[in-house]
Design a protein around this ligand. Structure first.
Ligand code: GCU
Length: 428
């Protein structure tokens, strides 16, 4: 008996060692994971204007209801962001015509932001396929641990901004050890093979992911010491990262090898919440993808399945604006829910991706948001194409795309294959 327990322990050891804190937290205790126990709720009416009039045309949506909903998300959820900065300067700091074994051209760009005497620089890494006619469509993404973690390419610059320890980072500084440590999430070669460029930025360059009193990153850049009193609808970190994505697009629009009108945004998890908000604010993004974005992203908050508004505001007090905390345990009082966030992408193609075992992110709630957003797409003559959640690993690619894949909270080559298929359908 004892030897059997021992054997089992040694068999499981590699698995136990591979679990990182974030993954171990994947399904915290004390939250709802049972569909039968979801209480009934009423969603705010997507197509009922604040003046009580029903929205019946695409034009009324675009000119009346969309701006109303956008303002509600700014005021109650993400906070208001500043405008495009001026001056904005781009510096190509590294370039190679032969990268990734000849498959790609590589460019590394510094996006210089200035405000009075303060300045900040964001690193953008860009791979362009060599065997495609320019200008090309491009996926723009944010990464969690530094551009150098998306591929083992030794030429990728290492961030100097704050990085969470682990994966080669020590004392909140990235090191060479982290090179390629997250490459499994980024199917870069496959994306290039399909004729797309791939661009990524490190989210910590834009704003560090801890509660720093909004002193660093883009918040620090914009605050002035005399007026450092924060308002309850001032932008927080997700809005900061989203703003940074728009600066990435500002650069891509100036690059003659990129088609600035065909840039697709993709984000995972907290960065999936971010891509939905970035796509809502900045309609220059041609296509928006959220992967496993969960609470505050694609999942309906009123379901209270998995992560709740209170829990997210408590664990990550810097992600949303102060006003969002009013809805801790009071989701039903919030004037918006997440189907409205998906609808803000309309009529552009939008993709919601879930993972079956990612209960914390509420796969069903993510699907329901996409479904509930469809009436807005219908105003533009577009369809989703399903009325109930498709089985696992059976993607649906209407103007709204959706899949729930087998497996856990992650980004996999399977996810990327679906995103590229979806982009082929809508961007080419
Ligand atoms: C935590 C958090 C989620 C978030 C995720 C991530 O699990 O609760 O809201 O999406 O981290 O970004 O990895």
């Amino acid at each position: 008996m004892r030897t059997r327990v021992f054997k089992l322990f040694f068999c499981l050891l590699p698995l136990l060692l591979s679990l990182k804190p974030m993954e171990m937290e994947a399904q915290p205790k004390g939250y709802l994971y049972d569909e039968e126990k979801v209480l009934s709720y009423d969603l705010p009416d997507l197509l009922l204007g604040l003046d009580g009039k029903r929205i019946r045309t695409a034009e009324d949506w675009a000119t009346k209801r969309r701006p109303e909903i956008l303002r509600l998300f700014e005021k109650e959820v993400f906070g208001r962001s500043p405008k495009k900065p001026n001056p904005l300067r781009f510096e190509v700091v590294e370039e190679a015509s032969q990268a990734l074994k000849g498959k790609a051209k590589r460019k590394q760009i510094l996006i210089h932001l200035e405000k009075g005497k303060k300045s900040l620089a964001l690193n953008l890494l860009l791979y362009l396929p060599v065997r495609t006619k320019v200008p090309v469509s491009c996926f723009l993404t944010l990464n969690f641990l530094g551009n150098h973690t998306v591929h083992s390419d030794p030429a990728i610059r290492i961030p100097t901004s704050w990085v969470r320890d682990g994966n080669g980072a020590k004392n909140n500084q990235a090191t060479d050890e982290g090179r390629g440590s997250r490459s499994s999430r980024w199917a870069i070669e496959a994306i290039l093979d399909r004729g797309y460029a791939f661009a990524t930025m490190y989210y910590g360059d834009i704003d560090p992911d801890f509660h720093d009193g909004f002193e660093n990153g883009v918040h620090g850049l914009h605050s002035s010491s005399e007026t450092n009193m924060r308002q309850s609808d001032d932008w927080a970190s997700i809005a900061g990262w989203a703003w940074g994505l728009s600066r990435g697009l500002d650069y891509l629009e100036t690059d003659s090898q990129i088609d600035g009108k065909r840039v697709a945004l993709m984000g995972h998890s907290r960065l999936g919440k971010t891509s939905l908000w970035a796509g809502a604010l900045d309609q220059r993004f041609a296509l928006v993808i959220s992967n496993n974005s969960g609470c505050g992203g694609a999942a309906i908050s009123r379901r209270r399945f998995g992560e709740t508004v209170k829990r997210i505001n408590t664990s990550f007090p810097h992600w949303f604006c102060e006003n969002f905390k009013k809805y801790n345990d009071k989701e039903n009082e919030c004037p918006v829910d997440q189907h409205m966030l998906i609808a803000l992408s309309a009529p552009r193609p939008v993709y919601v991706a879930s993972a079956q075992d990612d209960k914390w992110a509420d796969p069903k709630g993510e699907f329901l948001s996409a479904l509930e957003a469809e009436p807005v797409y219908q105003l533009f003559g577009h369809k989703f194409g399903v009325v109930k959640q498709p089985p696992v690993d059976q993607p649906v690619h209407g103007r709204i795309g959706y899949h729930v894949r087998t497996g856990k909270h992650d980004v996999t080559p399977y996810d990327w294959e679906q995103f590229v298929n979806f982009a082929d359908k809508h961007l080419k």
